[in-house]
Design a protein around this ligand. Structure first.
Ligand code: NAI
Ligand code: NA
Length: 399
């Protein structure tokens, strides 16, 4: 079928399999161009492996240090004239490229929050790898069904305490407007968001993996967090999602304790704000990202998910002397270039000026838009989008 982008709000309803393959190839090329990550991981489980930071973590592990990878995600294959999701096509492309390079790569498509998928993953590790030495936890989801109680939680993206008014952009139309987001009405919204995006499921994974004996000695596990600038604090770090990130970060000492006898370590890495399916859903943030991109590209410090994950692995998690640099709160920071004083000062200055009229001039809204469509396999020069594409792409390891 001919596949073109079709959007509704901040989501893209279509995805292009060949474009997704191109995106994966580009990421692989980047990792290879940076050379081997010495002391890198060898057997890796990535939970949330099909898009965004998780996909880039998987690619970095596989093509940076020849790691065997198992990827867990929740995606849809094509069915009855409907195309598959971007993450499905990404994972198909990843497996094919990994296999062509002689690397082990298998995937599990299902609800990572469930006990069943955890069991299935453990069985696969036992059968094929024995143990894993790195577990990447990169889920982003609006809902979670609790595996023990069956309660279904939905997260919300809201401020806490008072309403938050600031500028936001509709990146399809380029209209900048003020948005007011009302605060949570009760503590339940906060608790629900923590239940979905906090640390409990990460803990459940590590507990189950450990109990099954599939974690190697010296195992590492890493999950991803975000802080960002003051201007997004009310909606991000001090909002409901920030409470979930606090909970995720507070899980680190719990897991360190659990992993002590394996000499294992758990980390939270604070990553840069980037265009992903998840971040495009947060009000205000896409406009901030458009300005951030403009400033960082001008300084030559701009990174995408693959540059971030390659740097996380090579310069933080797997350094040659084995030391992992942490901030005062014990977190890895690869948002350091985003948070640099000069970058933030320039973004803050532009933030005060930004309007519909000067959007394309003083922000990188074009770059934001392009990266958004790239997430779904669109706007790659190498792909002819007028040509028939085969949407029925299979992931080799999934029947
Ligand atoms: P994403 O939306 O690109 O990736 C989410 C992944 O989770 C996908 O592989 C998806 O299939 C998987 N997933 C979602 N629900 C699932 C379920 N029930 N079962 C199995 N798999 C499921 O998100 P992104 O942006 O890469 O986020 C990953 C982590 O990085 C999140 O913790 C996010 O908060 C964090 N982060 C994101 C930043 C950003 O600007 N995008 C910045 C800093 C941190
Ligand atoms: Na991810």
């Amino acid at each position: 079928m001919i596949i073109q982008p079709r959007t509704r709000g901040f989501i893209c309803l279509t995805a292009h399999p060949d474009g997704a393959h191109q995106a994966v190839k580009n990421q692989i090329e980047y990792v290879k161009s940076k050379g081997e990550i010495k002391n890198g991981p060898k057997k890796v489980l990535v939970i949330g492996a099909s898009t965004g930071f998780g996909l880039s973590s998987r690619i970095t592990a596989a093509f940076g240090s020849d790691a065997a990878t198992i990827g867990v995600f929740f995606e849809k294959p094509a069915s009855e004239g409907k195309m598959g999701t971007a993450g499905w096509y990404n994972s198909a492309a990843f497996e094919k490229e990994a296999h062509a390079s002689g690397l082990y790569a298998k995937s599990i498509n299902g609800d990572a929050f469930s006990d069943e998928v955890k069991k299935e993953t453990i069985e696969l590790i036992k059968k094929d790898l024995g143990q894993v030495d790195l577990v990447v936890y990169s889920l982003a989801s609006p809902r979670r069904t609790h595996p023990k109680t069956g309660v279904a939680y939905a997260s919300v993206l809201k401020p806490i305490g008072q309403p938050f008014t600031n500028k936001t952009v509709d990146f399809h139309t380029g209209v900048v407007s003020d948005i007011t987001i009302n605060p949570v009405e009760n503590d339940e919204d906060i608790a629900n968001t923590i239940a979905v995006m906090g640390g409990e499921d990460w803990k459940f994974w590590i507990e189950d993996l450990k109990a099954a004996g599939v974690l190697a000695k010296d195992v590492k596990t890493v999950a991803y967090s975000y802080i960002g600038p003051e201007l997004t604090f009310p909606i991000y770090r001090n909002g409901t999602i920030g409470q979930a990130k606090n909970d995720l970060e507070a899980t680190v000492p719990v897991l360190n304790n659990l992993l002590k006898d394996l000499n294992g370590t758990s980390y939270v890495s604070v990553n840069k704000a980037l265009v992903t399916q998840s971040s495009s859903a947060i009000p205000v943030v896409p406009l901030y990202i458009s300005l951030l991109y403009k400033v960082m590209k001008a300084k030559g410090t701009h990174e995408g998910t693959i540059e971030q994950m390659q740097r996380l692995f090579a310069d933080r998690l797997y350094t040659e002397n084995g030391e992992v640099e942490l901030d005062e709160a014990g977190r890895i920071r690869v948002d350091d270039w985003e948070m640099a004083d000069d970058v933030q000062a320039e973004v803050a200055k532009l933030w005060n000026q930004i309007s519909t009229e000067n959007l394309s001039e003083i922000s990188d809204i074009e770059g934001y838009r392009k990266e958004f469509f790239n997430l779904f396999g669109f706007e790659f020069d190498e792909i002819d989008y007028e040509k028939d594409a085969n949407e029925n792409v299979q992931i080799p390891s999934i029947e």
